[in-house]
Structures are given as structure tokens and as C-alpha cells.
Ligand binder design. Structure first.
Ligand SMILES: [Zn+2]
Length: 438
């Protein structure tokens, strides 16, 4: 049985709705688009025809409906046209709306949903509200480590691949940093001292267990490791209720090494912190520096120890400003340089790096997004936010995945536009900022 190969131009359609037909594409147009969509080598003529057609759809803000499932209905699979800045071979593409409906198996416009990778960018992240404890005393769904004193604790480095969700330890870190405003850049660089005092103010606001202030149990230097352990060893489980007595250290790290029995983290002063247990490093190919959050706990019947550390890449060693990759560091470098230029021209803006997911409504469905950077010039305006997305790789699956999320990001309230930034497009980024921030 052959699959009907027909494409129609439709108006943008919310999920659950039937697309409204604008026009039917001709057989030859469908042939060109199908061949181009497959991603292999195509003739110059086919490429030209496909790109021109997709660009005209972008200009008219139209989508494409695939006819493989029959007449237009709420079940019709949709494709979304999008331009790819600076791509000479594929300057405009059709992106499948994976969340819509599946194509008939074997349809030329069917594409498998790309896998999420294990980089920090692609893990969904939730924030923690209320109690900041990582290890509940009773086990349960939140337990991140075995509580039985005799159970062997796995030692090793994990790239957090298995967990597409944020490790709870990382969520504690993100929540504190966002609360302290250390994911926001307004002017020149913050000194480490200023960043630390902001963190201390924020840490005072949280509790690990009833009556147990995070401030007493979270320190900003590995120097405090021994005193945390000593204090933990004196704790009674009864005083902590449902939480295992636990303490944290947040500190910048410039290097780490692991062997079979221990991990060594090196701080900016060149001093080392050793521990055994689990080291979680998302996107392990990203070079340092990193921000570390270390967890120590006092389990029943054994001495307290640090046995879990999460590392997240930082922009530089000083300010606690996180990035998800080295490419984001590059984007941020451009943004910072541009910010100081714009400030001299009395057009300052704020650079925000959301650390936890934001929710937007896509039709009737709630979707989670986390833009790489949001620039805001004037929050009093109805629309002032410019989203800047670092485009990492050239492969089609990656671009496709990014373009999917870009459509959702534009649904963020107050958002003016989204600027993709990739290798070689620094000037485009600066021009876009100039155009919007004025
Ligand atoms: Zn189809």
C-alpha cells in the first residue's frame, strides 16, 4: 500500500485543532521538499526550489500539513518552516512538530524525534521550593543514595545521562543561585566577595529541616569540610525528623580527577578536596571552571562523610555565573562586551541566564523551556525581552531540536524575538541587540 504524498500550506495551528487550508503544494514542489527533507545530497535545482518555497512560507508565516494520514484533521501531522542563519547549504528547513501527531510509518516527512543528549542544556530542570534537604531519612522517591549504613555506595563519575531530570543536589544549587540573583548580569564583573555575600544572604532564607537553617549547614569553601563533618557527627537523627543530617559546600573548582577509590577537586587556590562516592558532571566534555556543590550526610551507624558532588560549568572562576557549555561562554563573551558598549551609549540591558525551566502554554498544553540567555532592557515595556540561543552544532538533528524549542520560547510573555548565535554570527548578534535594545 503506498502512502499518499501530499503537502498543503496551512495556517499556524494550535495542538488539537484542525489546520486551515491555504493552498495545496504541487507534485513537483512536494518532490523537491521531500528530497531536501531527507537531508542527503540533492541537486542544486532541488535545493534552490525547496529553500525558496520554505522561505516564502516563513515570510507568510505559514505552516505545512502532511497528507499521509488523509484529509486535514486534528490528527494531521504538521511541519514548521524555519530559517537557519549562516547555513549555506540549508538556510531554511522544515521542522517536524514532534508533539503534534505521528506520520504514517514510511511517510517521506517522518523523522524520528532526536534523542536528548546529556549536556546540561538538555536536561529538564526543576527548582526546589521550601526545604532544601537532599536526603530524606525515610528513603522514598527523593532519595538519591541508599540510606542503609551497610549498603555499598557506588563510587564513580556519572554524566547524569540516566537522569534526564535535575539531580536534587543540582536543584539546590540552581535555586540558591537564582535566589541570590547570581544568574543575572547587570554591569561589570562581580567580585568573588560580593558574589559570596549575596549567596550568604540567600542561604539564610532556606531551611533543610524544621528549625535547621541552611545557613548553619552550607559553607562556601572546602576549608569548612572538616568542621561540617565534626558537627554532623554530633547530630541526633531525632532532631532532624524526616531528614538525614546533612551539610553542603558550594565552591569554585578548576580541575578534577578520579580514581577507583576517590575524587579530587581542585579549587581556585590550587587546594584539593578529596571524597569517595558519586561525582556528577553533566556534559563532561565542557572545560572548567565549574561550580561544585558537595553533600555530606550523617547516616545512622556510620561517621558523617562527603559522598556526593555535582559540578556545573561556570563562565569564569569568580562570579558563580553558570553556563551550559563552552559555546555559551563564547556567546556570553559577546553579550558582555556589547553590554559595556551599550551602557556607554546609555542603553544598558540585563543578561539573565535562567537556571530552572520556565513554563509556557502551547495552545492548551504546558511546555517547559529554558532559554540560554534572556536580555531585558526595560521591564516596564510590554515587550522587552530578547532571547539569545547558542546554536551548538551543525547536524540536522541538533538544529531540528533547537528549532522546536525556539518556537516554544517565542511564546514566553514579553518576548520580542529570538536571536540564534552560532560560530561566525557574532556581528548578526550585535546588530540584533542594537535593533531591539534602544
Ligand atoms: Zn506524513
Amino acid at each position: 500500500m503506498s502512502i499518499s504524498r501530499a503537502l498543503s500550506v496551512v495556517k499556524p495551528t494550535e495542538s488539537g485543532d484542525t489546520p486551515a487550508l491555504v493552498e495545496q503544494l504541487s507534485h513537483s514542489e512536494v518532490d523537491h521538499l521531500a528530497e531536501y527533507f531527507q537531508g542527503g545530497d540533492v541537486s542544486a535545482h532541488t535545493q534552490q526550489a525547496a529553500v525558496t518555497r520554505i522561505q516564502s512560507l516563513i515570510a507568510k508565516r505559514m505552516w505545512v500539513a502532511c497528507g499521509c494520514t488523509g484529509a486535514l484533521s486534528a490528527e494531521t501531522p504538521l511541519l514548521f518552516p524555519r530559517s537557519v542563519p549562516r547555513s549555506a547549504s540549508r538556510p531554511a528547513v522544515l521542522v517536524p512538530l514532534y508533539d503534534r501527531n505521528p506520520h504514517k510509518a514510511g511517510c517521506d516527512f517522518e523523522r524520528e524525534r532526536p534523542d536528548l543528549t546529556d549536556t546540561p542544556t538538555h536536561q529538564s530542570r526543576s527548582s526546589i521550593t521550601g526545604m532544601m534537604s537532599v536526603l530524606p531519612a525515610m528513603g522514598g522517591p527523593c532519595a538519591t543514595a541508599p540510606l542503609v549504613a551497610t549498603a555499598p555506595r557506588p563510587h564513580g563519575t556519572s554524566e547524569a545521562r540516566a537522569a534526564k531530570r535535575t539531580p536534587k543536589l543540582a536543584a539546590v544549587l540552581f535555586t540558591i543561585l537564582e535566589g541570590a540573583g547570581l544568574n543575572v548580569l547587570q554591569q561589570g564583573r562581580l567580585s568573588t566577595t560580593d558574589a559570596k555575600s549575596r549567596l550568604e544572604v540567600e542561604i539564610r532564607k532556606h531551611f533543610i529541616a524544621p528549625g535547621k537553617s541552611l545557613f548553619d549547614w552550607c559553607k562556601l569553601s572546602f576549608y569548612a569540610a572538616q568542621s561540617i563533618i565534626k558537627k554532623l557527627d554530633k547530630q541526633d537523627q531525632e532532631d532532624w525528623g524526616k531528614t538525614v543530617p546533612q551539610g553542603f559546600i558550594i565552591e569554585q573548582v578548576i580541575d578534577y580527577h578520579s580514581n577507583a577509590t576517590s575524587h579530587a577537586l581542585t579549587n581556585v587556590h590550587g587546594e584539593q578536596f578529596f571524597f569517595s562516592g558519586r561525582l556528577i558532571v553533566p556534559g563532561a566534555n565542557t572545560p572548567g571552571p565549574w561550580l561544585a556543590i558537595a553533600l555530606a550526610s550523617k547516616r545512622p551507624g556510620v561517621s558523617a562523610e562527603f559522598d556526593q558532588v555535582y559540578l556545573h560549568p561556570m563562565d569564569s572562576e569568580r562570579e558563580y555565573f553558570l553556563v551550559d557549555s563552552d559555546l555559551e561562554r563564547h556567546t556570553l563573551r559577546i553579550l558582555r562586551r556589547d553590554l559595556s558598549k551599550m551602557k556607554r551609549a546609555s542603553k544598558p540591558y540585563t543578561i539573565i541566564k535562567p537556571l530552572t525551566d520556565l513554563t509556557v502554554m502551547d495552545g492548551k498544553t504546558a511546555a517547559k523551556i529554558r532559554p540560554d540567555f534572556i536580555l531585558r532592557a526595560n521591564p516596564e515595556l510590554k515587550r522587552d525581552a530578547l532571547i539569545v540561543e547558542t546554536m551548538g552544532y551543525e547536524d540536522v538533528a541538533y538544529t531540528t531540536r533547537k528549532l522546536q524549542t525556539h518556537r516554544l520560547m517565542l511564546l514566553l510573555p514579553k518576548t520580542l524575538d529570538l536571536v540564534p548565535h552560532e560560530k561566525g554570527s557574532d556581528e548578526d548578534l550585535k546588530k540584533s541587540i542594537e535593533r531591539y535594545i534602544s
